[in-house]
Design a protein around this ligand. Structure first.
Ligand code: COI
Length: 356
């Protein structure tokens, strides 16, 4: 069959209207910033509602040096993806879940947030305006990054008087440089990502700046990333800098329960449902570092990461390898079902995808 995709030129296919692909090397996508055509912006004053959102050409934004987000970190972000199907149509994965998580996070960070409909409509408009940047099937996805920030000026510590909701997008491939090969994690037992009562359970920007020190040190030592432990007992698993963690033992899959210090990942939640539908027993509970060292298989989940097998864990100088070259059997099965769903290759019985 003739491929309906062509680089850098308008092309008419038999299924749909005319579409084109941006002129980049689609075989060389990692997880790195690529500027695209349009971004979406919508503002709101304190106590008001978001309105008059619009698409703008992608580019730098102007911020008052006194903006709440720059001075006091009053900001949240989200992440979701759009995939291109073989017929050229685009699929979003559970965008209302991101909208709801932003609403919850905004409440914690004293910010107003767009409604679910505003959020989802804005995501759709932004993806549609940038559709030539959605990779061809099998080459990656369009990563969608909604931001919510205190853009109004403050000097004393207080919620900002104005907020900006912004969405930009970037075509991406695999998150880790390992691709889908196993990643190597080191357990961090001195620095912590989150504390009870803190903001670990929301997607605030500060959570990510806070992990850079341990992450940089780990990378300098050849590890892919850092796995955090709870800050009270220092023995229960929390999450990796950019993703959630799962431990497999026999037919049972365990993942740390959401209790305010762990990001409630949408891929995490989806993998739990997929695993149950595949006959696995899934437990959300406290998982100790000892269990991790005794596991058959370990894997991470996240929007950016998707499902990533863990090849080894290092804890207090001891390294445990899971003896797999690539995916273990369980993570392979779950990855396969999830990504086929996301790409529209199998029937979406869960009603998770939204077609554009
Ligand atoms: C995502 O998976 O979408 C995230 O937000 C993690 C980020 C550090 C890339």
């Amino acid at each position: 069959a003739v491929s309906p995709f062509k680089r850098g030129a308008a092309f008419s296919d038999t299924h749909r209207d005319t579409f084109e692909l941006a002129d980049i090397d689609w075989d060389d996508l990692g997880f790195a910033y690529v500027p695209t055509d349009y971004m979406y912006s919508m503002k709101c004053t304190k106590g008001g509602n978001f309105s008059k959102g619009e698409l703008q050409r992608y580019g730098n934004i102007e911020l008052n040096p006194s903006a709440g987000v720059l001075n006091y970190g009053q900001g949240l972000f989200e992440g979701l993806k759009a995939y291109r199907k073989e017929d050229g149509n685009l699929l979003l994965f559970r965008p209302e879940e991101n909208a709801m998580r932003m609403i919850m996070g905004a409440e914690r960070m004293c910010m107003p947030s767009p409604t679910i409909d505003q959020f989802v409509d804005a995501v759709k408009a932004t993806v549609f305006a940038n559709k030539r940047w959605v990779p061809p099937p099998g080459k990656g996805s369009l990563y969608i990054r909604p931001l919510l920030m205190g853009s109004g000026a403050v000097l004393g510590l207080a919620p900002a008087p104005e907020y900006t909701f912004l969405i930009y997008v970037s075509p991406v491939g695999n998150y880790f440089k390992e691709g889908v090969a196993p990643i190597h994690l080191i357990v961090e037992h001195e620095l912590h990502r989150a504390t009870p009562g803190g903001t670990g359970g929301v997607k605030t920007i500060g959570n990510y700046a806070a992990v850079l020190k341990a992450q940089s040190a780990a990378k300098a030592r050849g590890f892919s990333d850092v796995l955090y432990l709870d800050c009270v007992h220092k023995k229960y698993l929390e999450e990796v800098s950019s993703c959630n963690i799962f431990v497999v033992k026999g037919n049972s899959i365990s993942t740390p329960a959401i209790k305010g210090t762990i990001l409630p990942g949408i891929t995490r939640k989806s993998i739990i449902d997929v695993a149950r539908s595949q006959g696995f027993q899934v437990e959300e509970r406290l998982v100790t570092v000892d269990e991790l060292l005794d596991a058959d298989e370990v894997f991470c989940t996240g929007t950016a990461v998707v499902v990533s097998p863990v090849g080894s864990i290092t804890y207090k100088g001891k390294r445990v390898s899971y003896g797999v070259e690539g995916f273990g059997a369980v993570s392979q099965q779950l990855y396969s079902v999830l990504t086929k769903l996301q790409m529209g290759l199998i029937e979406d019985k869960m009603n998770w995808t939204v077609e554009l």
